[in-house]
Design a protein around this ligand. Sequence first.
Ligand code: RP5
Length: 179
Amino acid sequence: MAKSAGRKTSHPIVSIIMGSDSDLKIMKDAAEILEEFGIACEVTIVSAHRTPERMLDFANNAHTRGIKVIIAGAGGAAHLPGMVASISPLPVIGVPVKSSNSIDGWDSILSILQMPNGVPVATVALNAAKNAGILAAEIIATSDKTILQKIITYKKNLKDTVIDKAGQIEKEGYKKFLK
Ligand code: RP5
């Protein structure tokens, strides 16, 4: 989708798509963590319901453009991740978004989660676009040692942060840490 794709970095290998610009406040988290890992991504809007032809074009061609992983976010009747997964040979990570047309978020979750056999979508938690970005990076890391090392460091930092906090709470008492 050379002429229709959104903001592009050089040779994007992860595509972040969403049903509406209203999803961007959630979906930006995926782009930010991928940028932190140094993984080029593209970000754009592809709506299963409002731009079905664009969705077909995207799903049929993403792998031919060098994209390796697709992150797709949508809310309410969230058909975008599943429909893209039904066509694309690439791994699709679905982000259920709690949007203006969501009842309570379960509608978005179940629309993305309950895929039929043969058409997997790796569904993350409600609004968990950051985790979608990390999972995409982990998929890329299976064939990229530099990214693999960055993920190892990222996880070590997570662990160190928790151990530090635990040590402070044990030493200084929990009351000091109540917000
Ligand atoms: C879904 O409908 C989109 O993914 C979005 O989460 C929701 C609401 O879209 P807008 O009405 O805000 O454009 O298709």
